[in-house]
Ligand binder design. Structure first.
Ligand code: UT7
Length: 335
């Protein structure tokens, strides 16, 4: 174990409350059949997705983030004034600036918090938890709100059948604090590889290709993905990160009660389960009802599992995620 292993050095930090929010409107595979050349059968067998939630036109990421955060704070018994830090992981911020976390702060009345957004695509929530854990352990933050929130419907090309069937909208949140008892977050392993950025990105609207009639014409303001390439990397990096995080706390997959993976594709999840050790029964999946929620994927699934009574005190939970960048990460915690 290296000197920097959080399990040995840090004061334990844990999740004291969870919350999530999904927009009311549901878009089914049958609805998509009327929009692009696809079929319910193709979508279900190739991805595992049956339906996804889509935000209202007037509903932004910060609106969903605020509702998820309210629910997490209620669950934790924490008031907005107690939050010292708000992190919003998102690739669909309300605006370039101010950051989405500032909008959430204002809506919550969390006036004592400092606020930042974190852009790491589908790994954003785990990156955010890792940063919050370090700040809490170090002592400068007592209560952190970490939120994953996405309105992916607004960066989805509804003419591209290869991507538009995959994504949904929603938000999930956790409140993090020092643990009173137990081991809380035990270890993490995070990584990135910018060399493969072209396989999954949104090229238009930033400083590389500023918004112009030409970028609109070329549909550069929508997500682009080489799905089958991303698929292979997703399996490899999520397995590797999961194994490394477990090694850091001297555990194996046999010690794990539950795995909460980024929900991108049922075939990716099954491949990870079989590579980690034929352990599909430990995987918690909500992909069929929500689709791929990018940074909101892990916290929404976590909240559903926690509120549904699946996670019991003392359970060992492994989180794994992978996304554009590429970025990836894994975290082990005792619930
Ligand atoms: O969130 C983090 C990052 N994202 C991911 O991890 C997603 C990773 N990738 C995937 O999940 C899968 O690659 C997809 C679900 C996106 C695609 O599945 P695939 O098995 O890799 O299919 P493919 O892209 O190789 O395409 C196979 C065929 C193609 O037709 P041809 O060329 O074989 O005739 C596609 O045009 O399926 C066709 N196709 C569709 N057919 C019906 C692609 N999308 C659709 C569709 N409906 N929606």
């Amino acid at each position: 174990m290296s000197a920097s292993d959080p399990v040995r050095n840090a004061r334990p930090v844990t999740i004291v409350g969870t919350g999530s929010y999904l927009p009311e409107r549901v878009l089914t595979n049958h609805d998509l059949e009327k929009m692009v050349e696809t079929s319910d059968e193709w979508i279900r067998t190739r991805t595992g997705i049956s339906e996804r939630h889509i935000a209202r036109d007037d509903e932004a990421s910060s609106d969903m983030a605020t509702e998820a955060a309210r629910r997490a704070m209620r669950n934790a018994g924490v008031t907005p004034e107690e939050a010292d830090l708000i992190v919003v992981a998102t690739i669909t911020p309300d605006m370039f600036f101010p950051n989405t976390a500032c909008f959430v702060q204002d809506r919550l009345g969390a006036r004592n918090a400092y606020c930042m957004d974190l852009s790491a695509a589908c790994s954003g929530f785990l990156y955010g938890m890792d940063a919050a854990r370090a700040l809490i352990a170090e002592g400068s933050v007592r209560t952190a709100l970490v939120i994953g929130a996405e309105k992916l419907s607004c960066i989805t090309d509804w003419r591209d059948r290869a991507t538009c069937v995959l994504f949904g909208d929603g938000a999930g949140a956790v409140v993090m604090r020092r643990a009173d008892a137990g081991r809380g977050i035990m270890a993490s392993h995070m990584g990135s590889d910018g060399a493969l950025a072209e396989l999954l990105n949104l090229p238009g609207g930033g400083s590389r290709n500023p918004a112009s009639p030409a970028t609109l014409d070329r549909r550069l303001h929508y997500m682009k993905m080489t799905g089958n390439e991303v698929f292979k990397h997703a399996v490899r990096y999520m397995c590797d990160a999961g194994q490394k995080a477990l090694q850091r706390c001297g555990m194996t997959i046999d010690d794990v009660d539950w795995v909460i993976p980024h929900q991108a594709n049922m075939r990716i999840i099954s491949a990870i389960a079989s590579r980690l050790g034929d352990c599909m029964d430990k995987f918690i999946v909500n992909l069929d009802r929500v689709g791929n929620l990018s940074a909101a994927s892990v916290p929404v699934c976590l909240d559903e599992a926690a509120r549904g009574g699946k996670l019991k005190k003392g359970d060992i939970v492994l989180f794994v995620a992978f996304g554009g960048g590429f970025t990836w990460g894994a975290t082990v915690m005792e619930w």
